[in-house]
Write a protein that binds this ligand. Sequence first.
Ligand code: AMP
Length: 216
Amino acid sequence: MRIILLGPPGAGKGTQAKTLAKSLKLPHISTGDILRQNVAQSSALGKKAKDYMDKGLLVPDELVTQMMESRIAQPDAKNGFILDGYPRNIGQAQALDGLLKELNLNIDIVFNLGASEPVIIQRLSGRLTCGGCSANYHITNMPPKKDMLCDNCRGKLYQRTDDKKETIKKRLEVYAQESAALISYYEQKQKLQEICADQAQEIVLKEMLEAASVKR
Ligand code: AMP
């Protein structure tokens, strides 16, 4: 099964994608995580991407699409995947369709996780991310058991540079510019499923699993 999660930054795509991937035994592919790993390793891609990411802007399509092409060709993605953070605009959606067409594959469902702005700002400004395994925590909603250490891998938690208030605003602006066209692209293809992500995490997951089981 091939699933895309759409939604503004802070809608909980990363957290939901991880649990959905576990439940469906599929890899969770997050372009943001892959890019952050590249930045941390100072790879050629990371060096090109860093500036855009720090400003809350999109990394150029051709870099991200190339990165996705090699990721979805890996053996663990053979039976499907959960995409989180890709595609971000129509150009990327068309590029993804092209990559899948070559492999004779299709997207099955696109979940659009909607969240209200105050919820988004509260989630992002308190978010803590693990430098080891990319797990997400929240200063008040979901604190780690030990101060600033990941419960799973004991990695150090940090605040993403793009989770600062000014950059959050820029990221929301970028999302608003690109998302309407992307949503109607998948609506026209009858792939879109709306999910209210202001709800509790378990309810959002349950709704997605129900929709996925209908498609199976
Ligand atoms: P995310 O973790 O999905 O919030 O992404 C963090 C940052 O990585 C974004 O603000 C962009 O700078 C970059 N990024 C992630 N995915 C993409 C994408 N599909 N296209 C372009 N830039 C991306």
